[in-house]
Write a protein that binds this ligand. Structure first.
Ligand code: TA6
Length: 296
């Protein structure tokens, strides 16, 4: 169907859940559970739905660069249209799956700077109570390709003062607000009371592993983020706070209170793919009602 600004989008539903994806950037803009009543993703009221511009919110696909790339910040995958290559309804698991494909083109080669030949597929699987994302890249050219990847998810929250992130204690992070200094995270509960832009490195399970979770005391809800930590081990936490929000033309000044980005990806050590090599990874977003009391 046609979405904002008449951009084409698909809407996936199960009896309990809903997911909306624009072909532009294969960009997920809505993921609802609880009988389609609870929206887990934030999209800015001022988001601009037009070609060559990323939608502000939802799950931007950051590929093949994270950060200031050759020509576009955060790569080109989120700025161009993908095509739908498969839809699959799985009655057994009560899920519905859609696959998007992006082929290399002169546009991507211009942006990427070299004549890379790739076939990238992005699979979105909506379950009754969670969302599975799969991202595959095959190098179908004659030269090696190198890339970063991040699922740049904007979570919708009751208020920034009500939330904290679990699972990052004792992890090293690059503080992008302090000259890329590497700092060890001391906090079990990571709260946000000012601008934050941190790239946590190699967040892989250790003994008595605390899963990566976003706890929202206002919504009485926890979202657990699971991911293929061998391939996408890095985790970014970002909130623009007041000053940065004012500088973003596709973001309202006070919207920093309603969102937090927790982005799983591979940033610090880019992936290298030789001819015909296949990279595959996956990431799941699993909301659940918060336990009556925090596990001790
Ligand atoms: O993931 C955090 C970040 O890299 C921030 O530095 C900020 O630039 C944010 O992404 C949004 O970037 P965008 O290009 O979508 O405005």
């Amino acid at each position: 169907e046609s979405g904002k600004n008449n951009l084409p989008k698909v809407v996936l539903t199960t009896p309990n859940s809903l997911c909306e994806v624009y072909l532009h950037g294969a960009h997920i803009t809505s993921f609802k559970t609880n009988n389609k009543k609870v929206e887990h993703l934030f999209v800015s009221e001022k988001s601009i739905f037009q070609d060559l511009k990323a939608i502000r919110g939802g799950i931007p696909l950051i590929w093949p660069q994270f950060g200031p790339g050759s020509i576009q910040t955060h790569g080109f995958a989120r700025n161009i249209d993908w095509e739908i290559s498969r839809v699959f309804v799985n009655d057994k698991s009560q899920s519905v799956e859609i696959e998007f494909t992006l082929h290399s083109s002169e546009y991507s080669q211009k942006i990427w700077g070299v004549t890379n030949e790739f076939k990238t597929t992005y699979t979105v699987t909506l379950h009754a109570d969670h969302l599975d994302l799969g991202f595959d890249v095959r190098n179908v050219g004659q030269i090696p390709i190198e890339f970063q990847l991040a699922f740049h998810t904007y979570y919708s929250i009751s208020d920034i003062e009500n939330v904290h992130v679990l699972g990052l204690k004792n992890r090293d992070y690059i503080d992008k607000l302090d000259n890329m200094k590497i700092v060890k995270e001391q906090r079990r509960e990571l709260t946000v009371r000012s601008e934050v832009d941190s790239v946590y490195l190699n967040v892989v399970p250790e003994q008595n592993y605390q899963p990566l979770q976003l706890v929202d005391l206002g919504r009485k809800q926890t979202v657990t983020l699971t991911y293929d930590y061998q391939n996408i081990p890095d985790v970014v936490v970002w909130n623009p706070w007041i000053e940065k929000s004012k500088k973003m033309d596709d973001f309202q000044d006070d919207e920093y209170k309603q969102m937090i980005c927790i982005e799983v990806g591979v940033i610090n050590k880019p992936i290298k793919l030789t001819t015909n090599q296949l990279f595959q990874t996956k990431h799941s977003i699993i909301p659940s009602p918060m336990p009556a009391k925090e596990p001790s």
